[in-house]
Design a protein around this ligand. Structure first.
Ligand code: ADP
Length: 476
């Protein structure tokens, strides 16, 4: 089977290094390069947000300008092409995308309806006809619907297939019925086997129903979302489509996330020079105003939201403070969790550092300096934090769910096998028990060193997963 030369358009609402709010940004900035290495002609398209650094825009060229029709309104799209070893397209429309944030606006349904239509309309204009359009999350779901219900009338589009990837089923893009008019599809799609979702239109469901194949970012999550506990109301659709539902675990970019070359670190290190990892810890302690001593440092880099198990942490924060540890938090999110960490830092300034911000540079310093990385998620489609931690020899403590279950094997103190600490139930006592077990193993230098080595030797680079994507493209 010749898998190369496939033409793939990767459509995302974010991609590093241009715009990122979470894991999708990492995936969209890394997987396409791994596909390219396998021979695919892959291109990526995202909106042209205000946050995209101007240097990238300066180095882009404008490759298309055209009108996009939303209902009776005519809006203009301008497409910028930025070339790395693969082309990235930024779709410009200032009214929609020249804003401080990426999502969370009242008119998100219009903004992403515009984006989806513009993506399809640009194809003949830029001279690129993909075999597969690879859509990601709710922002791109309407592409699958539009292709099947509108653009199929045009011969040009008829041979294009779609893959729809679920990165997080909790965020579904649910809007009022009038959204159908904006998308320009008629009422016949508005039924329970179409895009209707409890009287509204669901962009996520548009992807799930109309894509040729669906996947999510780990095998365990692919199973979990077929149940009412994890499916957020879409489990029925996923059960119906289970014959085309796949799980492919995410990787991370092993060149970008490399403790030997990462420019954000104070000092680079490898698994042969772990004493330098400790040096990073000392320097970070100094920068964050923590005492410079060799106690286990627990890192938490996360959106501070219920999904990430923040309520378990809040419940056990006082118990954790009884331990001889330091707890370094980096994240933003729900108000009560941000305030809780600030309060704990006020009460335990020698133990807690609360950094309520989004900062990629500080994130790398924390990944490198911490001994443990806490990720007690309620659900986790794949999770990248634990993979980055492994790469930096920082041991994940995770709940057994989704991608965490697929990537972290609990350390067995007898055989010294495993790369982290895993607890089963979404329960604060279980989490605390597992953290305490980790702190206990930390006291045994010999075992800890084996564990760190196991972690650093775990391979979650993109190579294998990219091959699975190539096979999936071929299949559809
Ligand atoms: P999700 O996509 O659900 O937020 P993931 O674990 O898949 O979770 O990916 C989160 C990504 O965002 C990781 O690369 C993590 O390092 C990064 N990240 C999360 N919060 C912050 C923050 N406050 N500052 C910098 N990076 C962050």
């Amino acid at each position: 089977m010749n898998l190369s030369h496939q033409k793939i358009l990767f459509v995302s609402s974010e991609a590093i290094p241009f715009a990122k709010t979470g894991g999708l940004g990492d995936v969209a900035g890394a997987l396409p390069y791994a596909l390219k290495k396998l021979g695919a002609d892959v291109r990526v398209v995202i909106p042209k947000y205000k946050c995209i650094p101007q240097e990238y825009i300066n180095e882009s060229k404008i490759v298309a300008e055209f009108p996009v029709y939303l209902e009776w309104r005519k809006q203009f799209a301008r497409v910028h092409e930025y070339n790395t070893s693969i082309p990235f397209y930024f779709i410009e429309n200032n009214n929609n995308f020249d804003r401080d944030g990426l999502y969370g606006y009242e008119d998100d349904h219009e903004r992403f309806a515009f984006f989806c239509k513009a993506v399809l309309d640009m194809l003949p204009r830029i001279g690129f006809k993909p075999d597969v359009i690879h859509c990601n999350d709710w922002q791109t779901g309407p592409i699958c619907l539009l292709l099947k219900e509108r653009y199929h009338e045009d011969l040009y589009y008829r041979s294009i297939s779609t893959l729809y990837t679920i990165h997080n089923i909790q965020y579904q893009g649910i809007f009022g019925r009038e959204t159908l008019d904006i998308l320009g599809v008629s009422d016949w799609c508005f039924h329970s086997e179409g895009v209707e979702f409890y009287g509204n239109v669901s962009y996520m469901k548009a992807g799930l129903v109309y894509a040729d194949a669906i996947n999510t970012v780990s095998n365990t999550y692919a199973e979990e979302i077929k149940t009412s506990q994890y499916g957020y109301g879409l489990e029925g659709v996923l059960q119906r489509r289970s014959n085309v539902l796949y799980g492919i675990v995410n990787g991370i970019d092993y060149e970008a996330f490399n403790p030997e070359t990462d420019k954000s670190l104070y000092i680079p290190y490898s698994k042969e020079s772990l004493h330098l990892k400790k040096e990073n810890k000392k320097r970070l302690q100094k920068d964050l105003g923590l005492p410079q001593k060799d106690v286990p440092m627990i890192g938490l880099i996360s959106r501070l939201v219920d999904q990430k198990g923040l309520n378990l942490i809040a419940e056990k924060m006082h118990d954790l403070m009884q331990e001889d540890i330091q707890f370094v938090v980096l994240g933003t999110g729900q108000y009560q969790y941000e305030e809780m960490f600030k309060y704990m830092q006020g009460v335990f300034p020698e133990k807690v550092s609360a950094n309520i911000l989004f900062n990629l540079d500080l994130a790398q310093k924390i990944y490198a300096s911490s001994d443990l990385f806490l990720m007690p998620s309620l659900f986790e489609p794949c999770g990248l934090g634990q993979l980055i931690s492994l790469r930096y020899g920082t041991i994940p403590v995770v709940r057994k769910t989704g991608g965490l279950a697929d990537t972290i094997q609990s350390f067995d103190e007898k055989t010294c096998k495993g790369n982290g600490f895993v607890f089963n139930n979404f329960n604060a006592d279980e989490m605390l028990g597992e953290i305490r077990r980790a702190l206990h193993v930390y006291q045994s230098r010999e075992k800890w060193n084996i564990l760190v080595k196991n972690a650093m030797e775990s391979d979650y680079s993109w190579e294998d997963s990219a091959k699975e994507y190539m096979e999936l493209y071929q299949r559809i």
